[in-house]
Design a protein. Structure first.
Length: 98
């Protein structure tokens, strides 16, 4: 399948891209090559190959949680720009103004 210059220009317009004439020509060639390769892959018989989400075996890499001493509150808040009642104090992020 060959991609025309008009199709590249349409795709660029949809993506809000400003392309030069050289880029349009280059992308038309590259996209045509990609589609030709996809067509080549479609010719393969994959009926005997089961669908696969991953070619690697999946395993859980998480460790179990363990209770451990944590950082004291005073030390955690030592470098905080603003703290109140043993907590970090931050500016509100939900503002009604645009």
């Amino acid at each position: 399948m060959t991609i025309s210059r008009e199709q590249v220009e349409h795709i660029a317009e949809l993506a809000r891209l400003a392309l030069t004439e050289e880029e349009i020509t280059l992308y038309a060639e590259q996209l045509s090559s990609i589609l030709a390769y996809v067509e080549q892959l479609r010719e393969l018989d994959t009926a005997a190959i089961p669908p696969t989400a991953s070619v690697l075996p999946l395993s859980n890499v998480l460790r179990p949680d363990e209770i451990a001493p944590s950082l004291p509150t005073a030390e955690a808040l030592a470098n905080a720009p603003d703290a109140a009642d043993g907590q970090f104090r931050v500016a509100a992020v939900l503002d009604e103004s645009p």
